[in-house]
Design a binder for this molecule. Structure first.
Ligand SMILES: C[S@@+](CC[C@H](N)C(=O)[O-])C[C@H]1O[C@@H](n2cnc3c(N)ncnc32)[C@H](O)[C@@H]1O
Length: 180
């Protein structure tokens, strides 16, 4: 599957650039309902808004300048999109790399209902994000990783297949979901 970037509105709101499909969006939204959520890789904020509308709270981690960062000032777009969707109070923007934030959350013993990984798609980075994410999930919590078997992101499949040879609990387009 090859995903394309395009502008999509969440409901009646302003369009946000993303590569998430409609089916992935629905799955992500249902996983986030009433949950405490960590997002790795926010870019312009499409997934942050989708989850922020239904979650208890979302921590949106992105260095906005790391590997694979996107055109333009993604941080400014993210903040503007959160404000436009009236979600600035429910989505905390964390400008940092995932490894340092997730390591800190592990050390603090923090727990979350959903971790959505859509950051640095290189194999070793995905592997590190997923290993750390697993430690901050509640029992019954969900790990969701974007771009599994996406044609331009082979590091995601390589990392996830190495860590979880038994495969995901669910696969929706390229959204790989494992329940803890
Ligand atoms: C594919 S985009 C995310 C798309 C977004 N989830 C959406 O809904 O459209 C990947 C993002 O990961 C970010 N990123 C790169 N390295 C990262 C890291 N170490 N930690 C967190 N985010 C990272 C990039 O800056 C980029 O904004």
């Amino acid at each position: 599957m090859l995903l394309s970037w395009r502008e999509i509105s969440v409901g009646d709101g302003r369009p946000i650039s993303t590569s998430l499909t409609e089916a992935e969006t629905c799955e992500l939204r249902s996983l986030a309902v009433d949950g405490r959520v960590v997002e790795v890789g926010s870019a312009y904020g499409y997934s942050s808004v989708v989850m922020g509308q239904v979650a208890e709270h979302v921590f949106a981690i992105d260095p906005h300048g790391g590997f694979g960062s996107l055109a333009g000032d993604s941080l400014a777009h993210l903040r503007a999109n959160l404000a436009a969707y009236d979600l600035s109070h429910k989505v905390s923007v964390v400008v940092a790399r995932s490894a340092e934030v997730l390591s800190g959350l592990c050390r603090a013993g923090a727990l979350f209902d959903l971790v959505f990984v859509d950051g640095d798609h290189r194999k070793d980075s995905v592997r590190r994000d997923v290993e750390l994410a697993w430690w901050v999930l509640t029992d019954g919590g969900a790990l969701a990783c974007h771009d599994y078997r996406e044609e331009s992101c082979d590091g995601v499949e390589a990392a996830l297949d190495a860590l979880f040879p038994e495969g995901p609990s669910r696969l929706v387009d390229t959204l790989w979901v494992k329940t803890r």
